[in-house]
Design a protein around this ligand. Structure first.
Ligand code: MN
Ligand code: MG
Length: 350
């Protein structure tokens, strides 16, 4: 917590904070299907931008994050990767086209997805360098060539977390600086999927081990709340003790200190209508797992959102923070998703 104008907030002062999330954009910048060579109004950051603008207008305090799998997935992404060397030689500093769009949209932070590693670490370094916002990842480490296990590696390849000082207005219109901690994770399987790019250069630690290691440090450093940007999906069969799970958001929601979660990777949407959720959210008899609340959008009581694919959905987490016992505490959190209109919806409306 930082004190604005020397004023300590009164007890029970309430601040509402909205976190907006895109994920698995997969280089869908335009609302266009390059494979069918025709417009597709159900995707594209150019359209998500309108959802973001409305969601920002409705409340005083918002944060916009991207959850990874950004630079690969359309011919535009392939073109940018193939022409990377030439584009880097161009006038001015190199800025990847997707990052150029996100800089204009005013993103606050982002994390890496597995597909960010498809074109090698050097290009990725330049992608990150072009961003006006921080990239966080806590579980990719330098391979120092010492034959260490990932758990023994000590030097993070990326910024594990950031703590953003965010000036927020409380419900009475008073300003407070809230310290928002953001941490990121990627599936350890990138070592297999992009072995040619990564072997000998990095090692990847289990998502849960990294969370248990770093989240307490963020709290020590003064984060009022911690939001995990987790490029990992939901799998109800994964437990806290399972090592190196690809889809680890279910146990990740149990890690103490995490107040909200944006998740990714499987391209599903959460929360969603019960019948749209696949078997990974259900027990053997087909019942929804008890720790999932679809109306509130929580997993183990933690607000969590997965914004699908291609910019087709916007994830919205609404947090209510109260100043209690000398610190800000998240007292309530819900999540929801907003969807781009499909063409048939638009036709029906007109
Ligand atoms: Mn993806
Ligand atoms: Mg992925």
């Amino acid at each position: 917590m930082n004190i604005v104008n020397g004023m300590i907030p009164d007890n029970n002062t309430t601040v509402s904070l909205r976190i907006l999330s895109t994920t698995d954009v997969h280089a869908c910048l335009m609302d266009y299907d390059y494979y069918r060579d025709q417009p597709d109004p159900s995707i594209g950051l150019v359209r998500t931008a309108a959802l973001i603008a409305s969601a920002r207008d409705e409340v005083p305090n918002t944060l916009l994050v991207d959850n990874g799998d950004l630079i690969q997935g359309t011919p535009l992404g392939t073109y940018a990767a193939k022409k990377y060397a030439a584009m880097k030689q161009g006038k001015g500093p190199y800025v990847h086209p997707a990052i150029r769009v996100m800089n204009a949209m005013g993103y606050d932070a982002a994390t890496l997805g597995n597909h960010e590693f498809n074109y090698g670490l050097d290009m990725l370094d330049d992608v990150i360098a072009g961003a006006d916002f921080p990239y966080v990842n806590a579980n990719v480490y330098f391979d120092e060539g010492l034959g260490l296990e990932p758990e023994e590696c000590g030097r993070n390849r990326y910024k594990p977390y950031v703590i953003l000082d965010k000036r927020c207005l409380d419900d009475a219109g008073q300003a407070h600086d809230i310290r928002i901690g953001l941490i990121g994770f990627v599936p350890p399987q990138i070592m297999d999927w992009d072995q040619a790019n990564l072997e000998g250069r990095v090692k990847v630690k289990d998502i849960l081990l990294s969370a248990l290691e770093w989240v307490p440090k963020m709290k020590e450093e003064g984060a009022d709340l911690v939001v995990a940007l987790a490029h990992t999906g939901f799998d109800g069969k994964v437990a806290l003790t399972d090592g190196n799970a690809e889809n680890a958001v279910y146990p990740l929601s149990l890690v103490p200190g995490i107040d909200a979660l944006t998740f990714s990777h499987t391209h599903h949407v959460f929360p969603a209508d019960r019948h749209l959720l696949d078997a990974s959210f259900k027990d053997e008899s087909g019942e929804l797992l008890p720790d999932i609340h679809l109306e509130k959008g929580t997993i183990h009581g933690i607000p969590a959102v997965q914004a699908g694919f291609g910019g087709g959905h916007l994830g919205v987490i609404d947090l209510s923070l109260q100043f209690r016992q000398g610190r800000w505490q998240v007292v309530e959190g819900t999540s929801s998703v907003r969807r781009l209109e499909k063409e048939e919806d638009a036709e029906r409306d007109t």
